[in-house]
Ligand binder design. Sequence first.
Ligand code: TXA
Ligand code: MG
Length: 339
Amino acid sequence: MKTKVLTQSDMEQAARILREGGLVGIPTETVYGLGANALDDTAVANIFIAKGRPQDNPLIIHIPEAAWLERYCTDVPDTAWRLAERFWPGPMTMVLPRSALVSDRVTAGLDTVGIRCPGHELCREIIRLAGVPVAAPSGNTSGRPSPTTAAHMMEDMDGKIDAIVDGGPCGVGVESTIIDLTCTPPRLLRPGGITLEQLTEVLGEVEIDPAVRRQMRAGEKPKAPGMAYRHYAPKAPVTVVAGDAGATADYILSHAKGGDGVICFDEYSDRFLGCHVIAVGKFEDKQEQARHIFDALRAFDHTEVSAIWAQCPDSSGIGLAVVNRLSKAAGFHVIEVEP
Ligand code: TXA
Ligand code: MG
C-alpha cells in the first residue's frame, strides 16, 4: 500500500478514509496517533496489525468535544465533567465505564474505556468531519519511541497505513496523562501533559499507579496494560542518571566511553567530548525536554552508539512524565547520584 501524505487542506479526504475503515496517521498535541474508526471492528483490528501491538493492550478513543462523552461512557461522574471542563481539549485521557457502543476490540475486553478530546484543532476537525470517534494509539511500531513528527511516524508506518496528515511537530511531545476515574481515589495510570499537581487541584487526592515509578514484579499487573511493556526503547541500552544536575553530568563523564550516546540538558552539552550528544532543553525548561525526549531516543537508532546515558529532571510538573518515559526506555535502570 502507498501511504499518502496529506496536509491541512486535505482534511475531508482524511475524514473520508477514516469513515470508510482505513488507517490514518493523525497529528495531536501530544504525539502522532494511528487512527481508525472506533466503531468499525475490522479497522480497529488493522491498527493492531500495523503496529504489531499485543491484543491485550486497549486503545484510547478520541472525540471532538466533551458532549460526546456520554455516547461512549456510562455512569459519568461529576469529577469527569469537572476535569473535562478544565483540561479538554487537551492532553488528558479519562478511564470510565464503557457504553455498549464500544467494542471489545477497542477495550481489549475491559469494561472500561480510555477517552480523550485532543487539543490539536486540526485533529478535532478531522474527527468532527469523519463523524465517528477515532481509536488511536501512538503511531509508532509497538515498543519504539512515540512519533512527534509526521516524518518519524513515516519511519515506522510507511506502506502500512492509507495516509498520514502532517500537522507539524507535536507541541507537548509526550503522550496524554491517563487518569482512572473508576476507583477511589482516582488513580494516575500514566503521567503526561496535564500534571499530577493540576489533577490534584480538581480531584483532591490522586493515587499514583506503581507502574509509573517502577518495574512491575512477576505476577503484578499495572491498571493500564500498556505500562507493562518494554517501551520507548531505542536499540542501545539506556542508563538514566538522576540527582543534582552537576553531579549527574560528572557521573556520565566518568562512565561514558567514546562514541556513547548522551541525552543532556543544554547547559552541559559541550562537556561530553567524543560522545554523541543530544541536548533536549535547558535544565529549568521541562516542557522543552518533554517536547524533545522521544526525538532524542529515536535519533540514536540512526547512529552506531552501543550505550546511551541520560540526565533526567526532577519529578515535579511535567518532569514526572519525562522521568517516566526515560525510565521506561531504560527498563528502569536508574542510577541515583549524590551531589
Ligand atoms: O496522547 C496520547 O494518549 C496518544 C495520542 C495519539 O492520543 N495515544 C496514546 O495511545 O498514547 P497508546 O495506545 O500508545 O497508549 C494508551 C495507553 C496504553 O498504555 C493502554 O494500555 C492504556 O492507555 N489504556 C487504554 N485504555 C485503557 C483502559 N480502559 N484502562 C486502562 N488503561 C487503558
Ligand atoms: Mg503508545
